[in-house]
Design a protein around this ligand. Sequence first.
Ligand SMILES: Cc1ncc(COP(=O)(O)O)c(C=O)c1O
Length: 386
Amino acid sequence: MKARARAAGEDIIDFGMGNPDQPTPAHIVEKLVETVANPKTHRYSNSRGIPGLRKAFSEYYERRFNVSIDPEKEAIVTLGSKEGLANLASAVTSPGDVILVPNPSYPIHQFGFIIAEAAVRNIPVTPDETFFEALELAVQHSVPKPRMIVINYPNNPTAEVVDLAFYERVVDFCRFHEIYVLSDLAYSEIYFDNNPPPSILQVKGAKDIAVEFTSMSKTYSMPGWRIGFGAGNPALIAALTRIKSYLDYGAFTPIQVAAAAALNGPQDCVDDIRALYKDRRDVLIEGLQGAGWDVPSPPATMFAWAPIPPAFKHLGSLEFSKLLLREAQVAVAPGIGFGEHGNDFVRFAFVENKHRSRQAIRSIKSFLDNYDQVIADAEKHRAEVR
Ligand SMILES: Cc1ncc(COP(=O)(O)O)c(C=O)c1O
């Protein structure tokens, strides 16, 4: 629909995909250009990542989380974290294994394991008591018992965050029940209000059961470069290393050298990226609230998880998104795309600038003002006829 509307000359403001729009910082691009001129870098690279990048990544964990990662045994470079998540799933899963996955979730969390023929059992995302009750029930009622759990905070799509105490409880539970943990920390650096998200690897004993994925895509605006990392449990890292040794030769060496330069170099570019998303968040949330749409302000990630306004809720997220696109020329991601428990929501990604966001808010306001009434009247009429 979006492509058709654009082809017909409509100006669609697109909050649909979490695809960072900012250029990669210049010093990182320069390092790539400088390195690519050296023909030695044109050969096959190293499937688990060049040593310099694994070292730079381990130093990041030390600096940021005070966690020591052995770059030889506990770290791997992946072709974006998505590739690592998917290949780890197929490396460690046998058909019929029970895997606990939140719903809604970033699609590869479910589908990595579905492709590996696992039996996926859904758990809630919201990190409260119901989450731990669901874990207890899953252990009691799953045959065979769960083998792995996926967690992702700051969360895509809900933007929920957790503190270290939550991870401590998860590690305690999973160590006791011998369940591996796959933590996705793709938004480690995209947080607001001075509250950096913790890593599960900060918990004592976490490395016995947990592996964690992080990404360069959002932190350094490098989505197209395809560099991510896995860290943690040496057996899980070894399994991923083994399967990747059959599948790929690693990212192009100049990309890995430039990624190491990003991690080792000045970090003010990360502050700038964070500030940009915060600014956009504030404009969008304030504007949507002013337009009568009560959307909570996310504490982290580049997403707002917006409950469908009550008058439109019965449409479901896909039909509502299509209506918004047709009538307001605004594209959002329907929550159903993240799982059935996402169907009462749509997701806005902060990938349009402030000017375009304000333009979108004006058309959303006029859409809500008009359609709210149209739909309410239609429902009233239907109730009367009944
Ligand atoms: C939660 C989450 N994990 C992983 C990814 C994938 O990131 P990468 O570019 O590192 O593959 C994304 C991208 O949107 C994401 O939102």
